[in-house]
Ligand binder design. Structure first.
Ligand code: NG1
Ligand code: ZN
Length: 535
């Protein structure tokens, strides 16, 4: 109690600032975060006690500028914090710096959640390369230690590394421990084994990676070294010159549809950007007509689904396995069409936010999900894992069937199933391109995107908009959906929706049509209706 009290005194709450715990945890300017870290140390301790397992605390603000930082909790299986706990996080942050008030709330929670004072707690803490990170981590640590919690201090890590590490500690099948060397060995061994399994004598083209001047640059050097005999990886924006996420990184490339600074685009046929904490990935290149072309999250879904469904067919497992892609309404309509009608793979649409995609992907034996921004992964059911193992060892099957099953089995090791992992996703993408004999141009030519436009509309109260059907239709305010339907019906292949953002105080409008001019026009028409009905 005394230690906690002095921490509260040392890092007092900044007044009048309330931040909700959302998809990205708490995120703000780094200098106003210290007091929040005390609450996080307490909350992580309680979470660990309730789950009787190790939980994670990741300090990062992902693709935000260096001056920002943030924090999020990771649940025992490496997934995001259970949504019901977001309320406790928010309540703790509304409380004043008075130790008695805070302790009263902690005791209330302990009774409510059936926590005994002597229950053990263990937390794994990691952070990205921001200058503010070590201090923020030390505050979480001190708060948790004040409650006798055991700390595992992982220091510098990518977000997906910590998610995976937490899962390892809680899962006996994963040895109950984590080392960085083991992790990168696992990914690189799977990569090499997939190459060894093919008879191709083709070689890899060099890959240029823009590491956003973030933690990914440091971690990628392991992969570059281990795989040096297979693929040449050149790392740019490695933190030695530029600033974190400054005119570089996956978010910059996707939003501005521009190449990052600091990467000699013309020297490479294949380039990609990751973001500041290495959980997002975007590929890009210059095409024959000198145009800058991007391959975003939708394209990864298509590529991964294509590879896995092909291997399931070759292994004669396709009919026994439920494979599906999970998208949000922002996925380009042509990608959805292509997956359903050409690839014959089912697609589910869920509300925006990784947690929704991840949750839905668990419904499948192979669930592939990516947000358009390049965050995504693949989930494999235990049943699927047993089936491919059995098939790969079944002497009654043909060599081709066994090989395909073995390829899926090996591919599973190349994936971080806990969360989108840009480093794992790079290796998976490279291996698929190699095995299917594709380059970026061919991959891009699977289908043409429908032109689309996104607009942000400032309104007085964005919560007036209520949506259903994975945010594709509005039920409030009255008449909004009818007006949207009427406008959309005038555009061949038109599609549009509006939804309140969960991260900014705005309403987002999305429109798609056959030409860019029409998509722009439709978006503006809908913007006007939103402004008319809400403001
Ligand atoms: P909101 O602001 O709710 O649209 C945005 C992104 C999401 C996701 C979250 C969390 C768009 C349209 N939305 O959500 O994809 O990444 O931020 O970071 O890009
Ligand atoms: Zn990120």
């Amino acid at each position: 109690m005394e230690k906690l009290k002095s921490l509260l005194h040392e890092y007092p709450k900044s007044t009048n600032i309330f931040m909700g715990y959302g998809t990205a945890g708490f995120r703000a300017r780094a200098d106003i975060l210290p007091w929040i870290m005390i609450r996080i140390g307490i909350l992580a301790t309680l979470r660990s006690k309730v789950k009787r397992a190790c939980v994670g605390v990741m300090i990062t603000a992902s693709h935000n500028p260096e001056c920002d930082n943030g924090v999020k909790l990771i649940d025992p299986h490496g997934e995001m914090l259970d949504q019901t706990w977001e309320v406790y996080a928010n309540t703790l942050c509304t409380l004043d710096d008075d130790i008695n008030i805070i302790w009263d709330y902690v005791e209330t929670l302990m009774i409510q959640l059936n926590i005994q004072p002597n229950d053990e707690a263990i937390i794994g803490i990691a952070y990205d390369i921001r200058q503010s990170s070590p201090l923020l981590a030390s505050i979480v640590k001190r708060a948790a230690q004040a409650l006798s919690t055991t700390i595992m201090d992982f220091e510098l890590m990518t977000t997906p590394q910590l998610h995976y590490a937490i899962r390892c500690y809680n899962d006996d099948d994963l040895n109950g421990k984590y080392t960085e060397a083991d992790y990168f060995d696992k990914l690189c061994t799977a990569f090499q084994n997939l190459i060894f399994m093919t008879s191709s004598n083709k070689s890899f083209e060099s890959l240029a990676i823009d590491a956003a001047n973030g933690i990914g640059a440091i971690k990628l050097t392991h992969v570059r070294r281990i795989l040096a005999n297979f693929i040449r990886i050149d790392i740019y924006n490695d933190g030695t010159k530029g600033l974190l996420n400054d005119k570089c990184g996956a978010d910059y490339v996707k939003i501005y549809q521009k190449a990052p600074d600091g990467l000699p685009l013309k020297n490479y046929s294949k380039c990609c950007s990751i973001d500041g904490d290495a959980d997002r990935l975007i590929y890009f290149f210059i095409d024959e007509n000198n145009q800058f072309r991007i391959l975003d999250g939708d394209r990864f879904s298509v590529l991964f689904a294509l590879f896995l469904s092909l291997k399931l067919q070759e292994a004669k497992l396709f009919d026994d396995v439920k494979i599906g892609v999970v998208q949000t309404a922002y996925a380009n309509g042509r990608s959805t069409d292509y997956i359903i009608n050409t690839m014959k793979v089912s697609v589910a649409c869920v509300p925006t936010g990784v947690k929704h995609l991840h949750h839905k992907a668990l419904d499948y034996d192979i669930g592939i999900y990516f947000e358009a921004n390049g965050h995504g992964t693949v989930l494999f059911s235990d049943d699927l894992k047993s089936k491919v193992k059995a098939a790969s060892e079944d002497p009654k099957r043909t060599e081709k069937e066994r090989l395909a099953a073995n390829q899926i089995r090996t591919f599973i090791n190349l994936i971080n199933e806990t969360v989108g992992d840009a480093i794992a996703d790079i290796l998976a993408t490279e291996v698929i391109l190699f095995l299917l004999n594709l380059n970026l141009e061919k991959w891009l030519n699977f289908y043409d995107d429908l032109p689309q436009r996104q607009l942000k509309v400032a309104v007085k109260d964005r919560t007036m908009i209520q949506t259903i059907d994975a945010e594709r239709r509005c039920i409030a305010p009255a008449h909004l959906q009818d007006r949207i339907d009427e406008l959309v019906s005038k555009y061949p292949s038109g599609r549009a929706f509006v939804r309140p953002s969960s991260t900014e105080d705005i309403v987002r409008v999305y429109a798609e049509a056959i030409t860019q001019i029409e998509a722009d026009k439709l978006a503006i028409e809908i913007q006007k209706v939103v402004e008319e009905l809400i403001n």
